[in-house]
Design a protein around this ligand. Structure first.
Ligand code: PMV
Length: 342
């Protein structure tokens, strides 16, 4: 089958924040445990893919107009592996341009939104060359997963889960599924401000962290506990119980970092200002505010809050910047999912 020539496909895909964390892999790019997240609205990647015939698969990658060889090499490796199934891709040259809505050096990982955007472009391309898949977004999620696990969840709007579990019908390790029902309205309008405390590259990458779970002394305990956490969170998301949500989400974030602390070798991604902000947020909650935090594999903190707290949060961001706790605050919320660009 010969592809048509000189075509361009562009998609925008959101970043996401996990409430139940994927940490550790089975063989290949499959999760050790199920995870659950929501997609963000404002933090996203826009990617455009131009393809033309060539003697072999080749990739030219630019990020915001600049050639990025290291990510370009990663994408070439990824496309070469996808081309094992779609052999016509081996006779294409790809020109890929990417840009992010979030600032440079913000310490926000862009692999989820980047691989989701790329996978959506690829799903479009594959769909135009072969029989249409049963489910476009399921296929995009599967392709995104092969680039970066958490990207599997970034092809959907709102809440989604990834990873096989008896708790979610039709769940799979291959792709994520959107959680369309049973989310209380108060959790659909939840706000998220990314509190950037450190904009440097992490000392230990997620890939290294996942690998350390293979022989982690608490691996079995974690797998058992995370299923229980997921079961509880699904009930909480349905009930709208803010306090139960806050406690579970924070416990899950701290468990992620506890797993890092107890890995062999151990590593610490938290910074003093992460801990300062955790104390601030917990004391706000003790005084009755609907706020809580979660953490990714890094020092930056996602502050989650009910929109009724907007004004207080804006003031806090200014105060925390002044006191030196915070470098930057990026305001966001639950997102409406990816979109195809003209
Ligand atoms: O997708 P990766 O390999 O960058 O791993 C992401 C891991 C966490 O962000 C810590 C958790 C998650 O589920 O997103």
């Amino acid at each position: 089958m010969k592809p048509s020539y000189n075509n361009q496909i562009s998609w925008r895909a959101p970043s996401n924040i996990a409430l139940i964390k994927y940490w550790g892999k089975k063989d290949g790019q499959f999760p050790m445990n199920p995870s659950l997240s929501f997609s963000l609205e404002k933090c996203h990647t826009e990617m455009s893919l131009i393809y033309r015939p060539a003697s072999e698969l080749n990739v030219n990658f630019t990020f915001e107009g600049n050639i990025k060889t290291s990510f370009g090499d990663k994408i070439k490796k990824y496309l070469t592996s996808i081309a094992q199934k779609y052999s016509w891709m081996n006779e294409l040259e790809f020109e890929i341009n990417s840009k992010n809505s979030f600032p440079h050096s913000s310490g926000i990982a862009s692999s989820a939104s980047s691989f989701a955007a790329l996978a959506l472009c690829l799903t479009d391309l594959i769909t135009s060359k072969e029989n249409k898949p049963n489910d476009f977004f399921e296929m995009a999620s599967d392709l995104a997963r092969q680039g970066s696990g958490s990207a599997a969840r970034s092809v959907f709007a709102g809440y989604s889960s990834w990873g096989q579990t008896a708790l979610i019908k039709n769940s799979s390790d291959n792709y994520a599924r959107p959680l369309l029902n049973n989310i209380h309205p108060s959790f659909l309008k939840i706000k998220n401000v990314i509190c950037v405390v450190d904009a440097n590259e992490k000392s230990v990458s997620s890939t290294q962290g996942h690998a350390l779970m293979a022989n982690h002394p608490m691996k079995e305990m974690r797998i058992q506990q995370v299923h229980q956490q997921l079961e509880n969170l699904l009930l909480i998301l349905e009930s709208g119980d803010w306090n139960a949500f806050a406690q579970l989400v924070e416990a899950e974030a701290l468990t992620l970092h506890a797993l890092m602390l107890t890995s062999q070798p151990s590593f610490i991604l938290l910074k003093p200002n992460t801990l300062n902000l955790i104390q601030e947020i917990q004391s706000l909650r003790k005084s009755g505010h609907q706020v809580c935090f979660t953490l990714d594999a890094g020092a930056n903190l996602h502050l989650l809050y009910d929109p009724s707290e907007n004004q207080m949060i804006e003031q806090k961001m200014l105060a925390w910047k002044e006191s030196g706790y915070l470098l930057n605050a990026i305001f966001d919320g639950v997102g409406s999912g990816p979109s195809k660009l003209a």
